[in-house]
Design a protein around this ligand. Structure first.
Ligand SMILES: [Zn+2]
Ligand SMILES: [Zn+2]
Length: 364
């Protein structure tokens, strides 16, 4: 009892001392300085000496997004080279928050030209340009039409870049390397080969969005496939043969049908077209994504080791995310046992010369 009293007294004294010291501006500034130094140091060291192929989920959401979920984005690191597949809204904020060193960014790869896959491209460009000693414009691979998108973004940001150059100078914000350059993919096949990494683009089914691509990364015996948005695709199954990690979009018809029904009933009582259009929209999107059970079949047919559901429709939302995931995956285990949902910050590492799959999370 005596010791307990002493403990409470000590805790009280410590709390009081912390409270008093926080009244001094110099103490507050010192604490901030320590935290800032730790963040900056982190942003320069994250990607050093990497001996693996690695994928990190920088965005797992869709246009029908929910709170705190960024739209589509997967970072792939092969050795010390960084690539980013799709750059949806909110994804660059995640990349910045985790202190990712964008000096190592080699290119961004866009699967197709829907807004939820391209919205943050200008921010990615800005973040990898200012202060980064970049020696050339940022390369953006993408389907036919990517040149129009990139030309438009470049044009929209001409004045922003001019102002930043005038303000920070030629060393920190040099013009001439500040833009994005479109690299249009023609057909399918290997689109880049660098430092042991091969990236292959293959066509997927997302009509009327054509062409739409998925990408396969092969690095010294380890591999990752990212589907982009697609309905069931036999072409994807062929290109995903024996892959270590398969990131695949997925839709739950059970849930979109419930949403359609709810929207229709709201329309009946309110006569507000918003609900009627909403009901139609849930039906329209069903035909260009893959239902969960079929995704599991795709993973089985391609002999993928681990399946990761990303770009999930509807996006699991707290506090009922567990319930939603449960309904979505009822039939998955019948076809493929090794699966999970892509949470933001999830990193899956494939060490070289092994079969290991190591998981961690930036936000954990
Ligand atoms: Zn999408
Ligand atoms: Zn799409």
């Amino acid at each position: 009892m005596k010791y307990l009293k002493l403990l409470f007294l000590s805790l009280g004294v410590v709390t009081l001392l912390v409270f008093i010291s926080l009244q001094f501006p110099s103490v507050k500034k010192e604490i901030y300085k320590t935290l800032f130094k730790a963040t900056v140091n982190n942003s320069m060291s994250v990607w050093e000496d990497n001996n693996s192929l690695k994928a990190t989920v920088c965005g797992s959401g869709t246009p029908l997004r929910t709170k705190n979920v960024a739209q589509s984005c997967i970072m792939v690191e092969a050795g010390n080279d960084l690539y980013i597949v799709d750059v949806g809204d909110g994804s660059v904020a995640n990349i910045q928050r985790w202190g990712i060193n964008l000096s190592n960014l080699k290119a961004a790869l866009i699967t197709h030209l829907h807004s939820d896959h391209i919205a943050d491209l200008p921010d990615l460009n800005l973040l990898s340009w200012v202060n980064r000693s970049r020696e050339q414009n940022l390369t953006i691979f993408g389907p036919e039409g990517i040149e129009t998108t990139i030309k438009g973004f470049n044009q929209a940001y001409v004045l922003d870049h001019k102002f930043r150059n005038e303000h920070h100078g030629d060393e920190q914000a040099p013009l001439g390397v500040d833009e994005m350059v479109a690299n249009t993919i023609d057909g399918e096949g290997v689109i880049l080969s660098d430092n042991g990494l091969t990236v292959t683009a293959f066509l997927v089914e997302h009509d009327p969005v054509t062409p739409a691509y998925g990408y396969r990364f092969d690095y010294k015996g380890r591999s990752i496939v990212i589907s982009g948005d697609t309905a069931y695709s036999t072409n994807l199954i062929n290109f995903a043969k024996d892959v270590d990690l398969l990131f695949h979009d997925a839709i739950s018809y059970e849930m979109t049908d419930i949403n359609t029904e709810a929207m229709n009933s709201f329309y009946e009582t309110t006569n507000n077209d918003f609900y009627r259009f909403g009901a139609d929209l849930f039906q329209h999107i069903e035909d260009y994504h893959t239902p969960f059970e079929e995704v599991a079949i795709v993973a089985k047919q391609s002999n993928a080791k681990k399946l990761i559901f990303y770009h999930v429709i509807p996006t699991p939302t707290k506090p009922i995310d567990g319930l939603m995931k449960n309904i979505m995956t009822e039939k998955v285990d019948q076809h493929h046992k090794d699966w999970l949902f892509a949470e933001e910050g999830l990193t899956i590492e494939l060490p070289l010369n092994s079969d290991e799959i190591v998981m961690s999370n930036f936000d954990a």
